[in-house]
Write a protein that binds this ligand. Structure first.
Ligand code: GDP
Ligand code: MG
Length: 176
């Protein structure tokens, strides 16, 4: 569709939080128990209808490792929207890391360096693992509200709220 509105977005967050799994769930409707970790960044595109308009999403799926951090601005600078992902099971006290704290750092970085009109969503992924939860939805929602982010808990595994995260952002984008 030549009239499709082009929306570029980026996924940021710690390694292992499920960024690639969320994109693959959204684009291909699939889930892999052993998703290969991303090297550098991966590119996906998907066209969807939102409120009778056609939106073509260009999605940059970044690698979460610290050694790739310096590449991140290349992907978020041109992005109209960002999805910042953490893992609801990750804990301050356990390895690999506290991915919620890392998510807050990404939000700060985007607030300072990103496009000021960028629509930001916070996704608490792996919400299927309720028995291993370490970050409450209340805590994350309070943080999201304070910072003007859109918040949802998602599961790339069960598909809960995955499409909604992408669609809601599309609705919040300024009309071209
Ligand atoms: P990334 O490094 O952020 O891209 O994370 P990946 O997408 O590679 O996922 C890391 C691991 O978490 C993989 O083993 C996935 O199968 C798993 N995973 C991703 N999303 C979910 C989810 O929603 N629920 C569960 N239970 N596992 C997930
Ligand atoms: Mg990945």
């Amino acid at each position: 569709n030549l009239n499709a509105k082009l929306v570029s977005r980026v996924l940021l967050g710690d390694m292992g939080t499920g960024k690639s799994s969320l994109v693959i769930r959204f684009v291909k409707g699939q889930f892999l128990e052993f998703q290969e970790s991303t090297i550098g960044a991966a590119f996906f595109s998907q066209t969807v209808s939102v409120n009778s308009a056609t939106v073509k999403f260009e999605i940059w799926d970044t690698a979460g490792q610290e050694r790739y951090h310096s590449l991140a601005p290349m992907y978020y600078r041109g992005a109209a929207a960002a999805i910042i992902v953490y893992d609801i099971t990750s804990s301050v006290f356990e390895q690999p890391s506290d991915s919620f704290a890392k998510a807050k750092k990404w939000v700060q970085e985007l607030q300072k360096q990103g496009n000021p009109n960028m629509v930001m969503a916070l996704a608490g992924n792996k919400c299927d693992l309720e028995d291993k939860r370490n970050v409450t939805a209340e805590e994350a929602r309070a943080y999201a509200d304070e910072n003007g982010l859109f918040f949802l808990e998602t599961s790339a595994k069960t598909a809960v709220n995955v499409n909604d995260t992408f669609y809601e952002i599309a609705k919040k984008l300024p009309r071209a």
